[in-house]
Structure formats: structure tokens, C-alpha cells
Design a protein around this ligand. Structure first.
Ligand code: KG4
Length: 372
């Protein structure tokens, strides 16, 4: 049994959900190209994403991004089986650009259109596969074998940790999702970015926090463990942010926020944020073991913060007592916003006939959720 019922299709995918214009070509789960035109430099002066600037940059960037994705995949429009586009969740003006472009492209090239939930794509991103160097020389059967993936043993636990979302998702089949826990306020990446801003680390601060943390000692600054009294698996990062603000203010007033203290603080912050995730994850798995419900066969990690090595180590340590493995995206580019993950879901949806019956009616859904 495989996840694809037919031949794995070739999909061109487009994602303009936030501040990256992304286009990719996939064959099934095999990533043939994955182009991301980043707008980070444009938004940096604002310390966050500025929607009107994002929209303008998407409008300017999408045609070249799409062309480059096809070129890198060494394919033509006639080689494609469908086009997939992110419809949400995300910034409305940014999503609008991708959806409008997709409608135009499917009309021009006579292709089916598949709409994709950005969160669903992050949840499945660990299953994407890198193309081998010699992929053009492979015989059809070999290529098809690579682009297939075995039907997972359900249920799967997916953890999405990004700048906009932090979620524990139970997947019982393709398209069947239940949110087991999520952040009640800031997302984990948002917390790192906001505290990083207080430390003048630039935007986005998450990757800088990771680099600085390597130079510091995590035990110099201890962060509280949030929501220990709650029995559910929801998360909250705003208390950590407030704690960080208070400590930074005190250090600044005392003239003690030097470089060494900043490194130590980043190490402590990262530990605090990831400890909270690991604690709730452990609680979730322990409860599942006690109630004797169907246990997860695997854990998939996705989202921008999934690029962080300390997060991976922390989650792996939490999974060890339950003998669970953590699957992570094969490259950093697949962690942050990208279109290869959109293509992967597009391929699975096309395989199941889940296409837009009237593409002209497709609308962006900025507040799209996952599951019920
Ligand atoms: O998935 P993503 O690109 O965008 C959203 O959909 O939110 O995630 C961006 C987030 C930002 O908060 C960024 O600071 C964080 O991911 N991030 C990291 C790292 N790389 C990106 N956080 C910690 N360590 C990293 N290496």
C-alpha cells in the first residue's frame, strides 16, 4: 500500500502566504526544484512583515520565481500534471497574489488547480525527498519508486513550530487532522523573534538566537516552565516573553547586558522555549500511553523553527522514553516557508481527485484552520 494510488504526479507549486515568494516543482514527494525569493531584507527595517510591501514584492517576484522553478527542474509546462497554490492561513494581501497568479497560470496552460493549506504542508514536510544528482538519467520505474512513499502507519503526531503557529497535530489519514494542542498566544518562533528584537538581534531573530546560544551557557538565565498546572496540551509563550523583558530591562539598567550576557541569555531563552514544548509533548505521550489509545508510530516535525538543532535534540530526548523517532525535513529550506511542501500536498490531493472544479472561484482563506 502506498500513499499514491496512481503514478506520482508532477506539480508546480506556489506559496505567497507571508514574506517569501516560493515556487517549486515536485514529482510525488521528490523535490525537483525549490525556489524561495526571500523578502527578509525589505521587512528588516520594520522588525516584522509589512503586508503592503509583501504584496508588492510578491507581485514583482512570482513570474521569475515560477520560471526559475521550472528551469531548475529542467521541465516545461507541458510536463506538469497540475498546479498547487497555498490558499491559507497567511496574510490576506500576500495570499491574494499567489491565488490570482495560479488562476492565470492554470487558464494559460490548461492545468488542474489544487488548493493547499499551508499548515497541512508544514505538517507533512518531513516526508519530502531530495532528488538524486542523476535523476534525469533514471529509468521511469526507478523515478517512480523514489517519488512514491509508503503509506504511514497511522496515527502520526505532527509538530509544527513556526513564526505564526505552534501545534501538536494527530494525523489519522491523509486529510484527517485533529489539533491536540496549540499555542494560546504567541508562536514559539514569534517569541524568539520578539525577545530577539528586545536584544536588537534584527529580524527574524530565531536563527541569530540559535547561533548566539552556541556561544553562551544556558544555566546562567533560568526561564519559568509555563502552564505546568494545566492538564491539556496547549502552550503559551507570552509569559516567557514577559520574563525576558523584565530581565533584559534589569540587565540594561545595571549596565550588564554585554556580549557574553547576551550569548548566555539566548542560550537560556532557547532552552526555556523548547523545554516548554518538550514538557507538553511528554505529557501528551504519557497520557496516550495511560489511556491505551492507538499510539503514534512516528513524529514529524515542520515549520521555520524546525531548522533549530537544539529544538530537534530537545524533542528527541522527550521522545526517547516512548521509543519514538523524530522525522525532520531534509533541508533548512524545507523548514521555513517553501513551495516544495505545497507541491507534496498538491500531489497527494491530485492523486485523490481533490481539484478545484471551478478555479476562477478559488479564494484566499487567511484564517484557514486545520482539522475541526
Ligand atoms: O515557517 P516560517 O518560515 O514562517 C511561518 O510560517 O511562520 O517560520 C519563521 C520562524 C521565525 O520566527 C524564525 O525566527 C524562525 O522560524 N526560525 C528559527 C530558526 N530559523 C528560523 N528559530 C530558531 N532557530 C532557527 N534556526
Amino acid at each position: 500500500m502506498t500513499a499514491f494510488h496512481h503514478q506520482p504526479p508532477t506539480i508546480l507549486a506556489l506559496d505567497t502566504s507571508c514574506d517569501d515568494t516560493a515556487a517549486a516543482v515536485v514529482k510525488g514527494r521528490l523535490v525537483l526544484s525549490n525556489i524561495v525569493a526571500s523578502q527578509t531584507q525589505l521587512h528588516r527595517p520594520y522588525g516584522g512583515v509589512y503586508p503592503t510591501i509583501a504584496k508588492q514584492a510578491h507581485l514583482e517576484n512570482w513570474p521569475a520565481t515560477v520560471e526559475l522553478a521550472l528551469k531548475r527542474a529542467q521541465l516545461a509546462w507541458s510536463d506538469l500534471d497540475a498546479l498547487a497554490v497555498t490558499i491559507g492561513p497567511g496574510l490576506a494581501p500576500a495570499l491574494e497574489v499567489g491565488v490570482t497568479a495560479a488562476k492565470q497560470l492554470v487558464a494559460d496552460h490548461n492545468l488542474p488547480l489544487v488548493s493547499v493549506n499551508h499548515l497541512e504542508a508544514h505538517a507533512w514536510s518531513a516526508l519530502a525527498m531530495a532528488k538524486p544528482k542523476n535523476w534525469r538519467k533514471l529509468i521511469v520505474m526507478e523515478l517512480e519508486k523514489l517519488s512514491q512513499f509508503p503509506e504511514p502507519t497511522w496515527p502520526i503526531l505532527a509538530i509544527v513550530v513556526s513564526g505564526g503557529n505552534t501545534l501538536f497535530i494527530e494525523i489519522t489519514n491523509f486529510g484527517q487532522y485533529q489539533i491536540l494542542g496549540q499555542t494560546l498566544d504567541d508562536a514559539a518562533g514569534e517569541c524568539l523573534d520578539k525577545v530577539g528584537r528586545m536584544l536588537s538581534l534584527g529580524y527574524p531573530a530565531g536563527p541569530v538566537v540559535e547561533e548566539f546560544a552556541k556561544l553562551g551557557q544556558a544555566n546562567k538565565f533560568k526561564f519559568p516552565l509555563p502552564m505546568t498546572a494545566s492538564e491539556d496540551f496547549n502552550l503559551s509563550f507570552s509569559g516567557l516573553k514577559t520574563h525576558a523583558r523584565n530581565v533584559i530591562e534589569k540587565l540594561t539598567q545595571a549596565g550588564k547586558l554585554d556580549q557574553a550576557a547576551t550569548y548566555d541569555f539566548c542560550a537560556g531563552l532557547q532552552t526555556g522555549v523548547f523545554r516548554h514544548l518538550a514538557h507538553k509533548l511528554g505529557k501528551l505521550l504519557a497520557q496516550r500511553t495511560e489511556t491505551g489509545g492507538p499510539f503514534f508510530s512516528e513524529v514529524w516535525l515542520g515549520g521555520g523553527v524546525a531548522a533549530n538543532m537544539t529544538l530537534r535534540q530537545t524533542l528527541r530526548a522527550a521522545l526517547k522514553p516512548f521509543k519514538l523517532k523524530l522525522a525532520v525535513p531534509y533541508s533548512q529550506r524545507l523548514c521555513g516557508d517553501n513551495a516544495a511542501m505545497i507541491g507534496l500536498i498538491g500531489a497527494l490531493k491530485l492523486d485523490r481527485g481533490l481539484i478545484e472544479t471551478d478555479p476562477t472561484q478559488l479564494e484566499r482563506q487567511p484564517r484557514l484552520i486545520l482539522g475541526v
